[in-house]
Design a protein around this ligand. Sequence first.
Ligand SMILES: *Cc1c(COP(=O)(O)O)cnc(C)c1O
Length: 380
Amino acid sequence: MNTILKKIPFVDLKSQHEPLQTELQNAIQEILEKGDFVLGEALKKFETSYAAACGVKYAIGVACGTDAIALGLQACGIGQGDEVILPANTFIATLIGVLHSGATPVLVDCDHETALIDLETAQTAVTSKTKVILPVHLYGQMVSPSKLKEFAKANNLIIFEDAAQAHLADREGAFAGSVGTAAAFSFYPSKNLGCFGDGGIVITNYPEVANKMRTLRNYGAPRKYVHEQLGTNSRLDTIQAAVLNVKLPYLVDWNSDRNKAAQIYDTLLSPMTEKGIIPVKNLSGSGHIYHLYVIRVTDKFPIDRDTLKEKLTAAGISVGIHYPIPCHLQPAYENLGYTKGDFPNSEILSQQILSLPMYPGLSEEQINYVVQAISEVINK
Ligand SMILES: *Cc1c(COP(=O)(O)O)cnc(C)c1O
């Protein structure tokens, strides 16, 4: 067997950064020389470029995606007593962000084919206290902007997007993060655009939201030593912004590379639909940026998801589960009052989903090897 196929990582950041090494080192060196480590020039530059890339007016860098959700909601005037509707099928940070904003999270189920928030069930969760619909553009696929806007308008809510998995994803002519009042992104290293540690950003078209964000991330101080709000310390480091300045110009190509890899997976996996392997549905056309490529291992498949995961791992293929326990069944959030059975689609998905290797530069040969390994189960 070909040696490069002996091990297929889940993501490969090393090969992504290797060709950029000189550029990255120079960018970091420049900050060391300048010494503007906090709220420096490279951060301002990145905020301007990132807002422009997403098609919005303002971007405000923060310490991580979780803070981007918490502070972003606060900057939109959301807090104690306000209800925020979000999907149960998401990374736990979405829920933590809502809780840290002071608002009350109200979880809803997802669609079983796309794994995205189900706006029809969300309708039944709306109360007189509901202020926000918070869609998560999960796995890199956007929730429909037109349906979101319709939902928000009908219920008099604002839209706050969790776009942490959807940098430059687009659907119906809108980029992720440009649909609502404001949106949160994460630059955790393995996201489609990642820095060399933790980082996040809030984007918005509203100057008052942007101004409030700048105050909130900086001890609640619009001017030095004048503290108008509680606020916190949550800023995107200048060094991280410098890294992101180098990487941003490559993002479109990296995303399209992921999209091509996903199409190869789709094609090679399609004969296995009958046998129970079903990729999570892509309704965004080419606008899906495949932060993750996720399949469902349904009951028709000869072995269950966990056994398939073991077999792939044994074959040197790194896979993941995003996410094995839905938010409402996590022990820390028992006090929210949810129980097993509340969100059946999220619960079934958590048992069936499997994320296959996905990163820019993943080769057709490697994808073939992964699909072969899955089909061997059927042919035995
Ligand atoms: C990564 C992620 C976050 C949180 O970002 P951090 O930078 O890790 O705090 C929030 N929501 C989703 C959907 C994510 O994938």
